[in-house]
Design a protein around this ligand. Structure first.
Ligand SMILES: [Zn+2]
Length: 311
C-alpha cells in the first residue's frame, strides 16, 4: 500500500521528461499516420515493451472489486492496455496495519483466490506480521512452501530492523522467496511501526543472503537510494510518488540498473503514471528493459523454478 503523504508535485522545472514523452508520442503518431497507404511505419515503436506486453509489475494489491476475483480481473484489464504481462499482488481487500494471525490468513486466502484466477499472470506475496513470529512462519509455509506464493510482503506493523524479523527472513531465504518491505520517509512523522530504507539496510546487513526490496524507495527517494546503496542484496521498487524528473536516472547511476525494479502499487496508483517514470527517464533501451521486466524475472526465477514454473 502506498500510505503516502503529499507527493512531490511536478513543477515547471520538472517538465523536460514530460516534454520528451510527448515528443515520443507525437513521433509515434506521425509514424502511424504515414503507414495508412504505404505499409508499415517508418519509425520503430518508441515503447516496445508495451507493444510486446512483456512488462512485470512487482508491486500490486487487491482492491477495486467486490471479490478478489473481480479485483484482479479488473486490474489485469488495465494491465493489458499498458503491456503488463505479470503482476505481483498481496493483501488489499481490507487494510490492517497490525493484523492478527486470523486477519493475515484471511488476506492471504484472498490472494490465493486471485492467483487461482490467473495463475500464469499473477504471483502472490504472503502478508505477515512479525509481532506473531510462530504464526507468521506457519503462514509462510502454508502459502509459499506448500502453496503457490513466491514472496513475502511486510508493511507497517514492526520496524524491519526488529529482531523478530530474523527467523522470518531466514526462512524466506531458505525458500528463495524475496521480501518486499514497505519503506517511507514522511514529511511529518512516520507511523509507529513504519520502516525507513535505513531500517531495511540494517536488516539487509544481518541477512546478506536474503533478497530484499525497498518499497517506494522510501518515498524520499534521494535519501532512500543512498540509504540502501551499500547493501547489495536490496533492490528498489519505483512505486509511490508521482513521476519526478531524475528519480530513475539517479537510481540507475547509484545502484546500477540491476537493482531498480518497476512497480506501481496498483490499484492505488495507475500503471500509466508509474510507467511514465521509466519511459520518461533518460535511459538507453537495455537498462529500461532490466527495470521493466528482467530484474523482476531474475529475482523470482529461483523460486519459480523450484515450483516448476517456467518463465
Ligand atoms: Zn503496497
Amino acid at each position: 500500500m502506498g500510505l503516502e503523504d503529499s507527493p512531490r508535485a511536478m513543477s515547471l522545472g520538472d517538465s523536460l521528461p514530460r516534454r520528451e514523452l510527448l515528443s515520443r508520442f507525437s513521433r509515434a503518431a506521425a509514424a502511424m499516420a504515414l503507414c495508412g497507404a504505404s505499409g508499415p511505419p517508418a519509425q520503430a515503436d518508441p515503447f516496445p515493451e508495451i507493444a510486446k506486453g512483456e512488462i512485470w509489475d512487482l508491486h500490486g494489491h487487491l482492491g477495486g472489486g467486490r471479490t478478489p476475483e473481480e479485483s484482479i480481473t479488473r486490474s489485469l484489464k488495465y494491465a493489458d492496455r499498458m503491456g503488463i504481462r505479470r503482476v505481483v499482488v498481496s493483501m488489499g481487500m481490507s487494510f490492517s496495519y497490525d493484523p492478527s494471525p486470523e486477519e493475515f490468513r484471511r488476506q492471504n486466502d484472498d490472494v490465493l483466490r486471485a492467483v487461482r484466477q490467473a495463475p500464469d499472470r499473477v504471483f502472490g506475496f504472503v502478508y505477515l506480521n512479525p509481532k506473531h513470529v510462530a504464526e507468521s512462519l506457519k503462514e509462510l509455509d502454508r502459502c509459499v512452501r506448500d502453496g503457490p506464493m513466491v514472496g513475502v510482503k511486510l508493511w507497517v506493523a514492526v520496524h524491519c530492523n526488529d529482531r523478530r524479523l530474523d527467523p522470518i527472513v531466514r526462512r524466506a531465504a531458505e525458500l528463495k522467496a524475496p521480501i518486499f518491505q514497505h519503506t517511507y520517509w514522511r514529511t511529518g512523522e512516520n507511523l509507529p511501526g513504519e520502516s525507513t530504507p535505513a531500517d531495511l539496510a540494517d536488516l539487509a546487513r544481518r541477512h546478506p543472503n536474503a533478497a530484499l526490496i525497498c518499497g517506494h524507495t522510501g518515498n524520499d527517494w534521494e535519501r532512500g537510494i543512498r540509504a540502501i546503496r551499500a547493501t547489495k542484496n536490496v533492490s528498489i521498487d519505483l512505486s509511490g510518488c508521482d513521476p519526478t524528473a531524475g528519480m530513475v536516472e539517479m537510481a540507475v547511476r547509484e545502484l546500477g540498473p540491476e537493482r531498480v525494479i518497476y512497480g506501481s502499487d496498483f490499484p492505488g496508483r495507475s500503471f500509466a503514471s508509474q510507467l511514465a517514470k521509466v519511459y520518461s527517464a533518460d535511459l538507453p533501451d537495455a537498462p529500461r528493459r532490466l527495470i521493466l521486466a528482467e530484474n523482476a524475472r531474475r529475482l523470482l526465477r529461483p523460486i519459480l523454478a523450484a515450483k516448476g514454473i517456467r518463465i
